[in-house]
Design a protein around this ligand. Structure first.
Ligand SMILES: Nc1ncnc2c1ncn2[C@@H]1O[C@H](COP(=O)(O)OS(=O)(=O)O)[C@@H](OP(=O)(O)O)[C@H]1O
Ligand SMILES: Nc1ncnc2c1ncn2[C@@H]1O[C@H](COP(=O)(O)OP(=O)(O)O)[C@@H](O)[C@H]1O
Length: 291
């Protein structure tokens, strides 16, 4: 059992050996890099087990100093903030805070590399189905994934956005930013949304380090998507009951140079599991399935 009091003020962190001695549990909590502890015997438990405590940690105030840290021998907790404030869009006087636990630490813990798999294509091209098959396949191999589905995100995060071009752009920008956070967390993030405009997808790509944005194009002809029409939306669009439907009276710009193209032209052009396997093999070959 580990007890940690207060997120910024950490008067004591205690636990039992060998949990704490290995540092694993604390690392999992994301607070400290620990190599040495003060040991406290007994403590009224009667079980004779050792317990370990980090003593004399000073409270950290994140905003006050450029580097706030609490040191006890070799145990250090730190939170660095860049002193110079900046402006981002409408956010003025904002500062970046850097934690002592970084992406590499999290990737080591998860034994994988965080990245974004961006699945783009027409409605009905199989984006959501591939996202689910891929997530299932990776999960069964012990890899942590998370799906950001366009349809699903429009139920909450993006419920104030329509399908006009600037709202689609904002939808994609937000999902791109969230996907970036997931990748930074070490997660294999699967974003599945039409994302019809090249420049919006490229903007999301530019948020990530080289190689970490893997664009997957569901290359499925409109006729095939329309024949599937699993939600009946093409029928409504053809009847003029939905305006600005992608592929009917709204544009879709296919990628020019993406990492993976999944073509489904004929009837037997690959089951969702086959398609997921293609993506998994790519991730494996590029080293994303190990730390
Ligand atoms: N006008 C119009 N055009 C396209 N799609 C429409 C539209 N209106 C509603 N829908 C439904 O919304 C889903 C697409 O949402 P996305 O967030 O992926 O779209 S976008 O990336 O912002 O273009 C899409 O889901 P998928 O079929 O899974 O692609 C549709 O169910
Ligand atoms: N690889 C595939 N082969 C044949 N049918 C598929 C495949 N992937 C998806 N489908 C079917 O196509 C329809 C649309 O799939 P869906 O994943 O909802 O597409 P999207 O998310 O792009 O709108 C569903 O009925 C689904 O069962």
């Amino acid at each position: 059992m580990i007890a940690v009091q207060g997120a910024w003020a950490l008067p004591s962190i205690s636990g039992t050996l060998p949990e704490l001695e290995s540092g694993q549990s604390l690392k999992r909590l994301g607070f400290v890099n620990v190599s040495k502890f003060d040991r406290v015997r007994g403590g009224g438990g009667g079980g004779g087990g050792s317990s370990v405590r980090l003593l004399s940690l000073k409270p950290i105030k994140a905003m006050e100093e450029s580097t706030a840290s609490a040191v006890n021998d070799s145990a250090t907790i730190s939170c660095k903030s860049i002193r110079q404030s900046s402006t981002f869009g409408k956010s003025t006087n904002v500062m970046w805070h850097k934690s002592s636990v970084d992406k590499l630490d999290r990737e080591k813990l998860l034994q994988q590399k965080g990245c974004v798999i961006w699945i783009t294509g027409l409605s009905g091209s199989g984006k959501s189905t591939l996202a689910c098959a891929l997530s299932h396949s990776l999960h069964s191999r012990g890899r942590l994934t998370y799906i950001l589905d366009g349809d699903n995100c429009r139920h909450g995060l993006n419920c104030n956005l329509s399908f006009k071009a600037e709202d689609r752009a904002e939808n994609i920008r937000r999902i791109g930013e969230v996907a970036k956070l997931f990748a930074d967390a070490g997660v294999i993030c699967i974003a599945s949304l039409i994302s019809p405009y090249r420049k919006d997808r490229d903007a999301c790509r530019s948020l990530l380090p080289e190689g970490d944005f893997i664009e997957v194009f569901m290359d499925v002809p409109l006729e095939v998507c329309e024949a599937r029409d699993s939600k009946g939306l093409y029928k409504l669009a053809r009847a003029g009951k939905i305006k600005g439907f992608t592929g009917i009276d709204d544009p879709y710009e296919p990628p020019l140079n993406c990492e993976i193209v999944l073509q489904q032209k004929g009837k037997n052009s690959g089951s969702p599991c086959d398609l997921a396997e293609t993506v998994t093999s790519y991730l494996d070959a590029k080293g994303y399935l190990q730390a």
